[in-house]
Ligand binder design. Structure first.
Ligand SMILES: [Fe+2]
Ligand SMILES: [Fe+2]
Length: 213
């Protein structure tokens, strides 16, 4: 039997989803850096990255947009920061389609240098933007939700099962498989501010020394 209010369990669930998204973003950027070195194109893996973000990320965004954001707005959070986060969701969807086109271009040219560079740049930009977005939600939005003390449930109980259907375990197993595969890639050549990868350095916040704005 789950404990805590629905709101507490929802934000905890979102934090867990962000952790998986950040691990995958880091792998995406690392793999892109590896491709820059002339590594063989792994078409299956390239498509698996796209599938993961198109399913897991977009389901996560849909749940935030349909449940959390309207609830926060009803309880005093102004529209402006929520609209900014919504715009970032839409930008991520556009960037994901740009990334898909870059994958197809790279495959069609059998890994021409210019297409590898285009893909790597887009993959790194996508990973950076997602990391910054999740950082804001982790450190500002979700704590704000935790501060709102109201009796109203975020969801009707009957909706709950429907919202927990994201198959996180299957996604988690896939991420672990790719992390094992990545042990054979060259040393990490990417630095994603705002992220904390297991075993990595502490995450940098926007006000930390040396952090660019
Ligand atoms: Fe979000
Ligand atoms: Fe999120």
């Amino acid at each position: 039997m789950a404990t805590g209010s629905y709101k507490e369990r929802l934000t905890a669930r979102f934090l867990g989803q962000h952790e998986l998204l950040q691990r995958t973003s880091h792998l995406l950027a690392r793999h892109a850096a590896y491709l820059r070195t002339g590594a063989d194109l792994d078409e299956a893996l390239l498509h698996q990255f796209l599938h993961f973000f198109r399913s897991f990320l977009l389901d996560h965004q849909d749940l935030e947009e349909s449940r959390l954001f309207p609830w926060l707005n009803r309880h005093g959070v102004s529209q402006s920061p929520l609209a900014k986060l919504l715009e970032e969701h839409m930008q991520a969807r556009r960037d994901l389609e740009g990334l898909a086109r870059a994958v197809e271009g790279m495959i069609e040219s059998h890994g021409a240098d210019s297409d590898r560079e285009t893909y790597a740049r887009l993959a790194e930009e996508f990973a950076l933007a997602l990391a910054a977005h999740d950082w804001k939600e982790n450190h500002i939005l979700y704590p704000l939700a935790d501060l709102i003390d109201v009796d109203e449930e975020l969801l009707a109980r009957g909706d709950e099962d429907q919202d927990w259907t994201m198959d996180e375990e299957e996604s988690r197993r896939w991420v672990e498989d790719v992390e094992a595969l990545a042990l054979n890639w060259p040393a990490p050549a990417v630095n994603l501010p705002h992220t904390r990868i297991a075993g990595g350095p502490a995450p940098a916040g926007p006000n930390d020394p040396g952090e660019e704005r």
